[in-house]
Design a protein around this ligand. Structure first.
Ligand code: CUA
Length: 132
């Protein structure tokens, strides 16, 4: 008698399981669409002011892989902007905007500095680009 009840119970469980299956089957599942994982490289546009004897902002912080657009302008005397690791070397004449672009393809800290003599603080007119 015990065996019979147990068998019945197993049968009931199996039936319930069997009946429950089709309702949770693939019918309710949305067909999965292909999702593009190729990320657009972000573009970071940064305005940089050069003046005796600093660059603003400093440090300049960007994301690795970003296309960086620096819009630079001197507000007093001629300055320079040289960022050797990314091949940038520009003269910044007062009031004239200079735009440079580069891809920040390496992480790290890179020094930039002024390479046009601009007064007694010229040699300490420098800054840092941080890529992370
Ligand atoms: Cu600014 Cu030299």
């Amino acid at each position: 008698m015990k065996k019979y009840i147990l068998g019945l119970l197993v049968l009931v469980v199996l039936l319930m399981y069997g009946c429950a299956q089709p309702t949770t089957g693939p019918l309710v599942e949305e067909p999965s669409e292909e999702v593009s994982v190729v990320e657009e490289p972000s573009v970071m546009e940064i305005s940089v002011t050069a003046k005796q004897w600093e660059f603003i902002p400093n440090p300049i912080e960007v994301n690795k892989g970003a296309k960086v657009i620096l819009k630079m302008k001197s507000v007093d005397v001629p300055h320079g902007f040289i960022l050797p690791e990314f091949g940038i070397n520009e003269r910044l004449d007062p009031g004239k905007e200079v735009v440079v672009e580069f891809v920040a393809d390496r992480s790290g800290e890179f020094e930039f500095f002024c390479n046009v003599f601009c007064g007694r603080g010229h040699s300490r007119m420098k800054g840092k680009l941080i890529v992370r």
